[in-house]
Design a protein around this ligand. Structure first.
Ligand code: CA
Length: 559
């Protein structure tokens, strides 16, 4: 009868079979997991994206799958979909804005009339820069026609932008990905409300015939003059540096000829936005600016200012990617090399923790479990070079380890290893240590099985995974229930999804289990929420002002 028992037993089911009576479906690895609902998929897509695909799906296949899930959300509740897109984009919860722009283009194309209007109304909130707007134009161009509604929304985008910031955008990126401000102005025909705006639109559409010796009287337009002036033959690096200082020229407006000059880079660095600073640390080192102790101190101060990080919507994953590339002294693809400055790597390390904002301790005991199986070593999270789900998991775990006093970190594939990593180590060393772990098959039940066997006390198991589990003799949720029964601890399971796929090891019917998204900056707060640690009025605090309600489960009364 043992062969019958294997299928009938709801307490112990091998992972290559579904647990009887549950909603489990086959995952991509030949095991069984719970399907996540479309709203969770939407969140995963908005935060993690589908660039570079996954171990199991190409970039195109994974994107198409996610687009279908977003389409189902739009059908079910278009306005909620738009609200969710706006919430993730506007609070800077995602490493990249592209998935939000893509989803907004879908809502502006596929939705009901009300949904399409809501999506177009949200255009300036989601597409904050010219580059965002170009991406939106490119996506939406393939999805629908340029009717009056769409043209009107683009015209309103231009009209609502203050002249100063529109001039800055136009100077920074005149065109991207086959779209330019000129194209969009011709399509949208915004009516300039005043003379300065008329001049700016004219310059964007047709350029200027000649450059005067002195800048335009209108201060907001002077940056355009400065950009044209920098391009004139015979201009020296010294003059370019002066133009940068006086008129706030961004790096993109500096002719290539001057981009190896330390004078020019010093001028840029004085007022460089934080996101640009992260991208340019290698160049600043290579051209010698960061040899200077004073500039090192300046950069350190900028990078570790929590208030500025938040205001600039600097995402922890951008910091992590910058740190990884900078510390290794060469680009992922490019030919350039540099000698990393230790102080700058330290500053990036501090910036990573600071960029998650103020995360409060729950006081609970955690087992942080990193899935280091083969599939986790493939693909880059949100397309960030070199940041695989495996490496990203380690960084996410460190955030919780740094906040919570009582944590135990383990890694698993088909066997489990205790990891001696800690937030006191520098992040690049931790990443190296985790990169070097052996790959293998996947058994996501191991953290719970191990804790039961070794009497490790835990209020929560946090598993960082793609939920493509298949190897174990017992399902993760069954191993958790056994742990609860044997220890009497009402332990929770928090699944940190690291790939935008359709699976989770968490049982949606169990109130003590939670699906969160890796690298969503709201994730640490959601973990606290599961324990009821954060009181209602704290939720108003940025950057977690708008939390996705889909994550809120009722807590169980007993195990
Ligand atoms: Ca795997």
């Amino acid at each position: 009868m043992s062969y019958l028992n294997a299928v009938a037993n709801r307490k112990v089911t091998p992972q290559n079979l579904p647990i009887p009576g549950t909603s489990q479906v086959a995952n991509s690895a030949g095991g069984y997991a719970f399907p996540v609902d479309d709203w969770t998929r939407l969140s995963r897509f908005l935060v993690l994206g589908s660039e570079k695909g996954s171990y199991y799906a190409t970039q195109t296949a994974l994107t198409a799958e996610n687009a279908e899930a977003v389409g189902r959300c739009i059908d079910a509740d278009g306005e909620r979909t738009v609200r969710e897109i706006v919430a993730v984009s506007n609070a800077g919860r995602a490493p990249k804005n592209d998935p939000a722009i893509f989803a907004l283009a879908l809502a502006a194309s596929l939705g009901s009339e009300t949904t399409r209007k809501a999506a177009l109304d949200a255009l300036p909130t989601v597409c904050r820069t010219g580059t965002h707007l170009f991406h939106f134009a490119q996506f939406v161009d393939g999805m629908r026609g340029w009717g009056r509604g769409l043209r009107g929304a683009v015209a309103r985008w231009y009209d609502a932008k203050p002249i100063k910031s529109l001039a800055y955008q136009a100077v920074k990126y005149g065109q991207r990905d086959g779209w330019s401000h000129r194209d969009l102005l011709r399509l949208a025909h915004p009516k300039p409300g005043n003379e300065a705006r008329r001049i700016l639109y004219h310059w964007i559409a047709q350029g200027w015939e000649r450059i005067g010796d002195v800048p335009h009287d209108e201060t907001d337009l002077q940056i355009v003059w400065a950009m044209e002036k920098a391009k004139l033959p015979g201009t020296t690096a010294k003059t370019v540096a002066e133009l940068i200082r006086t008129y706030d020229l961004p790096r993109e407006a500096v002719p290539t000829l001057f981009l190896n000059d330390s004078l020019v880079w010093e001028a840029l660095l004085e007022r460089m936005p934080l996101t640009a600073l992260l991208r340019n640390l290698a160049t600043l080192t290579r051209v010698g600016v960061l040899d200077s102790k004073a500039w090192q101190a300046h950069v350190t101060k900028e990078l570790t200012d929590a208030g500025r990080l938040k205001a600039a919507r600097v995402h922890p994953l951008s910091v992590l990617a910058a740190l990884k590339t900078y510390a290794q002294g060469h680009g992922e693809r490019g030919k350039h090399t540099w000698s990393p400055v230790g102080k700058i790597v330290d500053a990036l390390d501090a910036a990573f923790y600071a960029s998650f904002g103020n995360v409060e301790s729950t006081g609970k005991r955690f087992v942080l479990a990193l899935d280091v199986s083969g599939s986790m070593g493939y693909g880059d999270i949100a397309g960030m070079p070199g940041i695989t789900p495996r490496i990203g998991s380690a960084a996410m775990a460190l955030i919780t380890a740094a906040t919570e006093g009582k944590t135990e970190t383990v890694s698993f594939q088909t066997s489990l290893t205790r990891l001696a990593i800690s937030p006191r180590q520098r992040l690049d060393d931790v990443l190296k240590a985790v990169s070097g772990l052996p790959f293998g098959g996947t058994d996501c039940a191991l953290p719970m099985v191990w804790a039961t066997k070794n009497r490790v006390e835990a209020d929560a198991f946090v598993v960082y995974t793609d939920s493509e589990t298949w190897h174990g003799a017992i399902h993760p949720v069954q191993a958790l229930r056994e742990y609860r029964q044997k220890t009497g601890i009402a332990a929770r399971l928090i699944v940190v999804g690291m790939v935008a796929n359709a699976f989770s090891i968490a049982d949606p019917e169990d109130g003590g289990m939670l699906d969160v998204v890796g690298f969503d900056t709201a994730t640490p707060l959601l973990i606290g929420d599961l324990f009821g640690v954060f009181i209602e009025n704290k939720r108003g605090n940025e950057p977690f002002g708008s939390l996705p309600l889909l994550f809120r489960f009722p807590l169980p009364n007993r195990v």
